[in-house]
Design a protein around this ligand. Structure first.
Ligand SMILES: [Mg+2]
Length: 93
């Protein structure tokens, strides 16, 4: 995360508090779920995706688990890559 982004997000956590920002993350996730379920407004989907990305970054700062999240992400991407390539092999037969 770049320094400017981190400064803004740490400022929000400082101003509003960790627990309210965790609740805000839940709220933003539910807004994205609703936007995706409707999927009739591309601008709204983009807006809610941005909100969720911002809240995910705040959650990393709140929980101090950025490295753990990154390790999980690598693990999940490797597994996804294997599945995608396994599908290619089957599709290619
Ligand atoms: Mg929102």
């Amino acid at each position: 995360m770049d320094k400017v982004r981190e400064k803004i997000l740490r400022g929000a956590i400082e101003k509003y508090g960790k627990e309210p920002q965790r609740d805000k993350a839940i709220e933003e996730l539910s807004e994205l779920i609703r936007a995706l379920a409707r999927c009739d407004d591309a601008e709204n989907v983009a807006e809610e995706m941005a909100d969720v990305r911002i809240m995910l970054d705040q959650l990393e700062l709140i929980f101090g688990n950025a490295q753990k999240v990154a390790r999980w992400e690598v693990k999940k991407l490797r597994r996804l890559d294997q599945r995608v390539h396994a599908a290619d092999v089957i599709d290619g037969e």
